[in-house]
Design a protein around this ligand. Structure first.
Ligand code: FES
Ligand SMILES: [Fe+2]
Length: 374
């Protein structure tokens, strides 16, 4: 697979289909499960970047994530027992420290055995709980060396007051993480996929010009007044009586943040698209807000309109998967597809910087205005 890194095209050039790098990015935090899915001493399973994980909570409630493959004969550890400290494989009873994956006990060994069981390890991944999710830091496919380096802090949804309401939504997307992510940042599908009388119609399409700027590991759609042709934003302005501004950030490997601020009112959301397998990813959406807690209009938008939106995206991706079976190349057409192009460029720059140890060469050099119709 290669990424087509030709300069942005002029009117005279036709976009050639390309197939960008489809690598999954290691060395980042990914949400594995919702917090509520890990209760008591039960073990849960998740897959991140094609790595099977077994997750649980220790006696103090702190979550852990091990590679769900016993180093002895590959039996999934998730079928085993957990006593609050160690996970015991159900095949021959080997025990592994829940946090480090180090082997603690091999029941078949006699007292005079020379085998140093502590040299054996099931892979382990740093694990944290934030914003109602259990996150795993995906160091490498084996989960080795996780204890030697300290990972960066796990991602956290920005919030702007002590009290707020929070909600979570999720959906499986039957596509590669790249198609999932560029779907997130694609302004051109809105009028066709998310049509509704209360939101926007094809007839409400108009010229858009938005300013973008580079941020570390990503890019930002600079603060601007929300799209004038969307009803919920009009409603927001009406109920808060304040002009609203929206800021949208994309940050590697997979996070889209959106903040809407209107005076002291705020709504902050994050959407992540997490690779499960090469052909499957999961969208997780979390939103927190302090807008009129006694008048559940935002709650209605998130809980009723949000799932509808996500269903529209899921359906479109299911249909797209039918075509992608035959053709996995794509065209990126300026300016509407420029954020998608930046995503692929950022990803390539990140891989390059991992390879060389040099700082990431950011593909966006300064503020730039993109224009499209949507
Ligand atoms: S396969 Fe796990 S102990 Fe043998
Ligand atoms: Fe969408």
């Amino acid at each position: 697979m290669y990424y087509d890194s030709r300069p942005p095209m002029s009117e005279a050039t036709l976009p050639k289909p390309s197939n960008p790098t489809s690598d999954m990015l290691w060395g980042f935090w990914y949400p594995a499960l919702r917090s509520a899915e890990l209760r008591g001493r039960t073990l849960a399973r998740a897959t991140l970047l094609e790595v099977p994980l077994v997750l649980g909570r220790d006696a103090a409630g702190k979550p852990f994530a091990l590679r769900d493959i016993c180093p002895h004969r590959a039996f999934p550890l998730s079928f085993g027992r957990f006593d609050g400290t160690s996970v015991e494989c159900a095949y021959h009873g080997w025990q592994f420290d829940a946090h480090t994956g180090q082997c603690r006990h091999i029941p078949s060994l006699t007292a005079d055995s020379k085998l140093k069981c502590e040299r054996i390890s099931a892979g382990s991944f740093p694990c944290e709980e934030r914003d109602g999710y259990i996150w795993a830091f995906m160091t490498n496919p084996e989960g080795h060396g996780a204890d030697s380096a300290t990972p960066p802090p796990a991602p956290e949804l920005p919030t702007f007051s002590a009290r707020y309401t929070i909600a979570h939504l999720s959906a499986d997307l039957p596509c590669s993480v790249d198609h999932g992510i560029i779907g997130l940042m694609d302004p051109a599908h809105g009028p066709f996929v998310h049509q509704a009388w209360w939101w926007r119609t094809r007839r409400s399409m108009r010229d858009k010009a938005k300013q973008f700027e580079p941020i570390p590991n990503g890019f930002r759609m600079s603060p601007h007044a929300p799209s004038a042709n969307s009803a919920p934003y009009k409603l927001l302005k009406f109920i808060t009586g304040e002009p609203a501004t929206t800021t949208i950030d994309f940050v590697l490997p997979n996070q889209r943040f959106e903040q809407i601020r209107a005076g002291r009112y705020w709504l902050s959301s994050r959407t992540t698209v997490t690779p499960v397998r090469r052909d499957l990813c999961r969208l997780d959406f979390v939103a927190a807000w302090n807008i009129l807690p006694w008048f559940p209009v935002v709650s209605f938008i998130i809980h009723v309109l949000g799932p509808r939106f996500i269903r529209q995206d899921t359906e479109v991706i299911e249909k797209q998967a039918l075509g992608l079976k035959h053709e996995d190349r794509m065209m990126l057409v300026d300016d509407a597809d420029r954020p998608a192009r930046w995503y692929f460029e950022l990803k390539a720059a990140h891989l390059e910087s991992q390879r060389t140890g040099q700082p990431l060469r950011h593909p966006v050099s300064g503020p730039v205005t993109l224009r499209w119709r949507s």
